[in-house]
Design a protein around this ligand. Structure first.
Ligand code: AMP
Length: 180
């Protein structure tokens, strides 16, 4: 793995804070998100430390498709980013995800948003996820669970990025969602 900022030895030793973004706009969206949280916990053999509220959000890119439900979760793991990505792709597949194009309806979309301070750009894997700072549906739930979260590529906290942005997309908190 090529990394900037951490060498491979550090990665094996650190228990890294990893933020995962979840989204669904096909089928029973809430059921997909809820099950995915449990799948991540079991698949990555980790505790989920925080889960944001669920937000209903308008699709970005291709607009003629259903609204998404989105949230983010935080976990700690010693797994390396590629191992996490492979697990997330397996989980997406187990939820019947078949589309391979960006911005199309999907039963489940899982993204590695951040992996500690790691900055990584490999074929098929970019961390932090390049669209974190451009998407209100990611920044808002991230700022909810970790308002002071930052990365040395950003030089600002997620709250500061959010406050200086002018997003017009719908991102509405869904009330009365209970996590078991
Ligand atoms: P998407 O349409 O956003 O679900 O794109 C899925 C593809 O994005 C995956 O097959 C990954 O290879 C690639 N990808 C690149 N960086 C990331 C990341 N940080 N998290 C998840 N997928 C990523």
């Amino acid at each position: 793995m090529q990394s900037q900022g951490n060498d491979d030895e550090d990665l094996r030793l650190l228990n890294n804070s990893v933020y995962i973004g979840l989204g669904s706009n096909m089928g029973n969206r809430f059921a997909h998100i809820e099950k995915a949280i449990s799948d991540i916990k079991h698949g990555l053999q980790t505790e989920i430390l925080a889960v944001s509220s669920i937000y209903e959000t308008s699709p970005v890119g291709v607009e003629n498709q259903p609204d998404f439900l989105n949230c983010v979760c935080l976990l700690k793991t010693t797994l390396e980013p590629r191992q996490i990505l492979n697990k997330l792709l397996e989980i997406e597949k187990s939820h019947g995800r078949s589309c391979s194009s960006m911005n199309l309806p999907r039963t489940l979309d899982l993204d590695i948003l951040l992996y500690g301070e790691l900055a990584l750009n490999e074929p098929g894997l970019i961390v932090p996820h390049p669209r974190v700072t451009e998407r209100a549906f990611v920044l808002i739930p991230l700022a909810e669970i970790s308002p002071n979260l930052t990365h040395n590529l950003w030089e600002r906290t997620v709250t500061e990025i959010l406050e200086s942005s002018t997003f017009t997309d719908k991102v509405e908190k869904v009330d009365n969602v209970r996590w078991n």
